[in-house]
Design a protein around this ligand. Structure first.
Ligand code: G3I
Length: 369
C-alpha cells in the first residue's frame, strides 16, 4: 500500500470519530480476547488502529494510565505481565514500597520487590508512582512498639524517607509521600497513629521536605480517599495540601484514591477538581476501582463502566489531571474480596484478563474529544 493511501485511510478513521467507535469496540474485543500482544493492523498510525491499546490512546493524550501491581503475579504470571506492559504506561507498587515490606526490621531495608517493579517499568518504557512513604496504618510491629522521643521519631522518619527515596532517585516519577493523614469521617481532624502522637501534625510537611531533599526531581503528592462532591472531606483534603504548601514544604499535587462507591455528580465533581487545579496543585486519580456485590450482574457492570468512563473523562477535562491509576486491572488480583467478603469484580478485566465494559468505557473516554 502506498504511503499516500495509508495516510488517507488513517485520516478517514480519525474523522469518523464516534461513529467508528462501534467498529473499534468489536475489533478491540476480538483482539483483546485473542490475547494478541500487539496490534495487527499495519496501515494506520498506532493510535488510530482498531486494536489500539489504552496505553497508545493515553500516550496520544499525554496521560499516564496505570495500575497498582501486586508482586506475586508480576513474578509468576506471564499473561499478567504481558497485559500490564501492553495496556499501561505507568505502574505503582500495591504493597512493595510500604514500610512493612521495604523496612521489615529497624536496621534492614528490603528493596527486592520494589526493584523488580522498577526494572519491569524500565524494560517496558513505563513510569513509576511510588506508594507510600508515611501512613498511620499497616506499619511494622518493630516500629509501632517503639517509644521514641519527638526528636528520635523525626530521625526515624527522616532516615526511612531518605533511604527509600534515595534508593529510587531518578527512577520514580511521583511519590505518594503521605497517605490518608485525615481521620475517617468529615470532621477534618488528623488520623490517630504513631506519627501524630510522636511528632504532631508537623510530621506531614516534614515528610515532604525529607522526600524532596532525597530526590528533588520527583513529583510529591498527598494521597487520600473519600473524595466526593458535595462532601466536606473534599475540602479538608485541599486545606491540608494548602497547609503543607503554606508551611514551606514542597508539594506538587493531590492524589484522589477513588475507590468509588457513590454515584458521581459529574458537573459538581469536575468543579471540585478544577478547584484543586486552580489552587495550584496537580490532580492524580490514584486508586480507581468500584466494588460490586457478587455475582456482579450485567447492569452492575454497566454502571461500573459509566463510573470509570466518567472519572477518566473528568480527569481528561482538567489539564492538571494527567495521571489515572487503577487499583489493580484484573479481578484475578484485587484487594476487594479480601477486605469486603461477598464483594469483588471491581476492576476493568475479569479473572481471565478479558476486558469488561469498564475497559471499553476507558477506551471511549480516551477516544473522545
Ligand atoms: O506480606 C504478607 C504475607 O507475608 C502473608 O503471607 C499474607 C497473608 O495474608 O499477608 C501479606 O501481607 C498483606 C499485604 O497486603 C501484601 O499482600 C497484608 O496482610 C494485607 O493487609 C495487605 O493489604 C494491602 C493494604 O493496602 C494494606 O497495606 C492491600 O494489598 C492493598 O491493596 C491496600 O492498598 C491500600 C492503599 O495502600 C492505600 N489506599 C487504600 C488501599 C486499599 O486498602
Amino acid at each position: 500500500m502506498s504511503d499516500r493511501r495509508q495516510y488517507r485511510d488513517a485520516r478517514s478513521v480519525y474523522r469518523l470519530g464516534r461513529s467508528t467507535f462501534a467498529v473499534l469496540l468489536v475489533a478491540t474485543m476480538v483482539a483483546a480476547c485473542s490475547g494478541s500482544s500487539s496490534p495487527r493492523s499495519s496501515s494506520a498510525p498506532a493510535e488510530h488502529r482498531a486494536t489500539a491499546t489504552l496505553r497508545q490512546l493515553a500516550d496520544r493524550r499525554h496521560l499516564l494510565i496505570g495500575s497498582a501491581v501486586a508482586d506475586r503475579p508480576l513474578r509468576t504470571e506471564a499473561d499478567y505481565r504481558r497485559v500490564l506492559g501492553r495496556e499501561f504506561n505507568l505502574v505503582e507498587p500495591e504493597d512493595a514500597m510500604k514500610w512493612s515490606t521495604v523496612h521489615p526490621a529497624r536496621d534492614t531495608y528490603d528493596f527486592t520487590a520494589g526493584d523488580r517493579l522498577v526494572q519491569f517499568a524500565e524494560q517496558h518504557g513505563m513510569k513509576v508512582r511510588g506508594h507510600n512513604l508515611v501512613w498511620e496504618k499497616f506499619n511494622p510491629a518493630w516500629l509501632t512498639s517503639l517509644t521514641p522521643s519527638r526528636t528520635e521519631a523525626i530521625a526515624l522518619l527522616r532516615d526511612h524517607i531518605t533511604a527509600v527515596v534515595s534508593h529510587y532517585r531518578g527512577k520514580i516519577a511521583q511519590w505518594d509521600v503521605v497517605n490518608e493523614a485525615l481521620a475517617e469521617g468529615d470532621r477534618g481532624s488528623m488520623r490517630d497513629g504513631v506519627w501524630l502522637r510522636w511528632i504532631g501534625p508537623e510530621y506531614v510537611p516534614m515528610a515532604f521536605r525529607f522526600a524532596h531533599d532525597a530526590d528533588p526531581g520527583a513529583q510529591l503528592f498527598y494521597n487520600d480517599y473519600d473524595w466526593r462532591s458535595p462532601g466536606p472531606k473534599t475540602d479538608h483534603i485541599l486545606e491540608l495540601a494548602q497547609h503543607i504548601r503554606d508551611s514551606g514544604a514542597p508539594i506538587d499535587g493531590i492524589g484522589l484514591q477513588l475507590h468509588v462507591l457513590h454515584s458521581l455528580n459529574v458537573a459538581a465533581e469536575r468543579s471540585k477538581l478544577r478547584a484543586i487545579a486552580n489552587a495550584g496543585f496537580d490532580v492524580a486519580m490514584t486508586e480507581v476501582d468500584n466494588r460490586r456485590k457478587l455475582p456482579a450482574v450485567t447492569a452492575a457492570l454497566g454502571d461500573q463502566a459509566r463510573k470509570f468512563g466518567d472519572l477518566l473523562g473528568m480527569c481528561l477535562a482538567i489539564p492538571r489531571c494527567r495521571t489515572f491509576n487503577l487499583w489493580g486491572f484484573t479481578d484475578r488480583h484485587s484487594w476487594i474480596p479480601g477486605a469486603f467478603p461477598g464483594f469483588g469484580a471491581g476492576t476493568i478485566m475479569d479473572k481471565g484478563l478479558r476486558p469488561k465494559p469498564a475497559f471499553f468505557a476507558l477506551r471511549r473516554a480516551l477516544l473522545s474529544r
